[in-house]
Design a binder for this molecule. Structure first.
Ligand SMILES: [Zn+2]
Length: 267
């Protein structure tokens, strides 16, 4: 993604980080149960590694895609540009949904993805807490999807712009009026919807996989409207990973290759 689009996506991403951070100060939903400092340091350090990785890989992906220019389904069908953008967003988001679902269902992928789920609080920094291997896997799947479907660059840019906002806002520890949450949730993933996915209760962890659009969970029967213990009562993180000292930046990088030190029931 070149030029004005990459500038816009970067502005939306960093703008969302600032807006959600301020909103968490003004209208926090949950009282954080763990120290900010070490969590934020580890999450932001991991996010920085991922940003650098993406910066290096995006030109490689662009070159790969350019080699396939003119190929793919949409290039054969040639729909009107706006329809092609709509199809692109829907295709990319449905693939993101199924990729996320596979990350929970396949043990070796779960080892990598659980780094995101071991955050003991969920806030504006959690959205960038992903293991670099997960970033590589999702990027490779996205490139393959763009290639096979022949998605136009504008569709990819619109989708990335949406993700830049929702990836951050959906992790916000922000109290939204329930009416606003209900209306927004008809279309996109809201903080109250996604927070359930960070519940330590495994059936709740294995629900609400959507990343941008909320429709996929409803369509594929993984939707949960509310957590059993309520938004402020539920325990966040994973039951088997409660040791904060194991969650330094090096601890998170090595986490896929380790087993939990001890199983601790948070309730
Ligand atoms: Zn997940």
């Amino acid at each position: 993604m070149e030029g004005p689009w990459s500038d816009l996506i970067a502005k939306l991403f960093f703008g969302s980080l600032i807006v959600v951070a301020v909103a968490e100060l003004l209208w926090p939903l949950r009282r954080p149960g763990h120290r900010f400092g070490p969590r934020w340091f580890a999450n932001i350090a991991l996010g920085t590694v991922n940003l650098l990785l993406a910066r290096w890989l995006v030109p490689v992906s662009g070159a790969l895609l350019a080699s396939g220019a003119g190929l793919g389904l949409l290039n054969q069908l040639s729909p009107p540009p706006l329809l092609a953008i709509g199809i692109g967003v829907v295709v990319l988001d449905s693939v993101a949904y199924w990729t996320h679902r596979a990350m929970h269902a396949v043990p070796v992928l779960w080892r990598i993805h659980r780094v995101h789920h071991t955050d003991l609080d969920v806030d504006f920094t959690t959205g960038v807490r992903h293991h670099p291997i997960e970033v590589l896997i999702t990027l490779a799947i996205s490139v393959a999807t763009i290639f096979v479907f022949g998605l136009p660059p504008q569709a990819v840019a619109v989708y990335q712009a949406g993700r830049a906002v929702i990836d951050i806002t959906s992790h916000g520890n922000v109290r939204l009026p329930s009416m606003l949450d209900t209306v927004l949730r008809l279309v996109v993933v809201t903080p109250d919807m996604h927070r359930i996915h960070h519940s330590a209760d495994r059936p709740e962890t294995d629900s609400n996989y959507g990343t941008l659009l909320s429709v996929w969970d409803r369509l594929f029967c993984s939707y949960r409207r509310a957590p059993k213990l309520g938004q402020t009562g539920m325990v966040l993180g994973l039951r088997e990973w409660r040791d904060e000292t194991a969650m330094s930046i090096s601890g998170l990088i090595l986490m896929p290759f380790r087993s939990p030190a001890a199983s601790v029931d948070p309730e």
